[in-house]
Design a protein around this ligand. Structure first.
Ligand code: PMT
Length: 399
């Protein structure tokens, strides 16, 4: 693992009760190896899986367990403990703790600390696959994401109970790397231009042609790039997402507007990432009055839109150009063709139209291709994926 050259110094690790608790011991050791000061908060349930003494020995600090314990309050009151941390990490995070966090219930030390914490929060869920898939649990996860909580995992695979599916806590090494990357300014001084969301191609004053892009992938890239120290400009088609903080945002509607916003400025950037689902075609004629129902069949004649990313790749000077490829089949072939036809430096290909990942999902998986190489990022939260992709892009910029 890379040495810790981040600003991350103090982690408050919340351990809630599940069989994955044993992995938290390995996690503490990895964080300590990075010279990070770790304090542990154990829930009542977690203390049945791993004793406080184990964590005390591993961290070199007393373990915090109770909200209303006079000794602990003297040693470090819960508000001071929350203020002390650079990052609050919950691993494992059970469905119970996730439900409490997402509804602001503060009935023990860990849930109270979550409310009091002003620092970034990351949770590593761990539970049975059926519990993870339950709509109420997914609703809670969605709420936490909306509240800005980072979610790593869970991984797919064999579970302690014998089930197979999503719910395994991410491996300690993966969690540790994720946290270090969160605080690592690996894109410092870089200017990054990102497109996101769908385009809308007007047919008449009330109708348009569009697609299922929610903007989540592009916005996640913009947020992760900003966090990694980049100066970010986001050109977005219409979405329901809040404009990300500290990011210059240009709102557009059609592919032509997106092209006009991007092509004239792209030369000023180090990287251009085309995550937007740009409509390839638009109606030849936009009627100025609502089209009336006529006959049983009708047709709309379409003409090609400008290919924005191909135009950016032709600029001099040109940024490092990263495309996306959204495919329902034959992913590798189509992605590699787009890489060469559009003269891109790198392409991130995702399967769309399935139950997990792709359009309008909080998760995604990517196969990334560049001339002479490739890498696969398995299904994970779009924010985590964005961070992984940007780290790869950063290494390519250094080459
Ligand atoms: O927004 P989400 O709901 O989170 O979904 C994410 C996503 C599936 C939209 C995203 O991950 C993705 O794949 N974006 C690209 C979708 C797409 O339009 O792919 P494409 O294979 O049609 O286009 C290839 C590349 O050319 C893309 O980088 C695209 O931005 C670019 N392009 C396409 C057409 C055009 N006229 N101009 C372009 O710049």
């Amino acid at each position: 693992m890379k040495p810790n050259n981040t600003s991350l110094q103090k982690i408050l690790l919340g351990v809630s009760g599940g069989i994955a608790c044993y992995k938290s011991c390995a996690l503490v050791r990895l964080l300590k190896q990075q010279h990070i000061d770790v304090r542990v908060v154990l829930t009542e349930a977690a203390s049945h899986f791993v004793t406080p003494l184990t964590f005390q020995a591993l961290t070199g600090h007393p373990v915090h367990q109770h909200l209303l314990d006079a000794d602990e309050e003297n040693a470090m009151g819960h508000i001071r403990l929350a203020k002390w941390a650079d990052h609050l990490l919950i691993a494992p995070a059970t469905s119970n703790i996730i439900a409490k966090f997402s509804h602001g219930i503060a009935d023990d030390l860990l849930t109270t600390l979550y409310l009091a914490a002003d620092c970034p929060v990351t949770i590593a869920p761990a539970m049975n696959q059926a519990m993870w898939k339950k709509p109420v649990c997914q609703d809670n996860i969605r709420r936490l994401r909306q509240h800005g909580v980072n979610i790593i995992g869970p991984d797919n695979g064999q579970q302690a109970c014998g089930d197979i599916g999503p719910g395994r806590m991410s491996e300690p090494e993966q969690i540790c790397q994720y946290l270090l990357a969160q605080e690592n300014l690996y894109l410092k001084d870089k200017k990054i231009l990102i497109s996101a969301g769908p385009t809308r191609e007007a047919i008449d004053p009330v109708r348009y042609i569009s697609n299922r892009s929610s903007g989540k992938m592009g916005y996640a890239l913009a947020q992760a790039a900003e966090k990694a120290g980049a100066e970010v400009t986001l050109v977005s088609g219409p979405t329901h997402l809040a404009p990300p903080e500290r990011i210059q945002m240009i709102a557009v509607e059609s592919a032509e507007q997106m092209a006009q916003a991007i092509i004239p400025i792209a030369s000023q950037f180090d990287v251009y990432i085309g995550a937007a689902a740009v409509a390839d075609y638009r109606p030849i004629r936009v009627e100025d009055r609502k089209i009336k129902k006529q006959g049983t069949n009708t047709h709309i004649e379409l003409k090609q839109n400008p290919d924005i990313i191909a135009a950016v790749a032709k600029l001099t000077p040109r940024p490092f150009v990263v495309g996306f490829a959204a495919e329902t089949h034959d992913l590798e072939n189509y992605a590699k063709n787009k890489l060469s036809d559009k003269n891109l430096d790198l392409i991130a290909a995702n399967i769309v139209g399935q139950s997990r990942g792709g359009f309008d999902s909080d998760e995604n998986a990517l196969r990334v291709f560049w001339p002479g190489g490739q890498h696969t990022f398995p299904m994970t939260d779009k924010r985590h994926l964005a961070d992984q992709l940007l780290q790869l892009i950063a290494t390519k910029l250094d080459e």
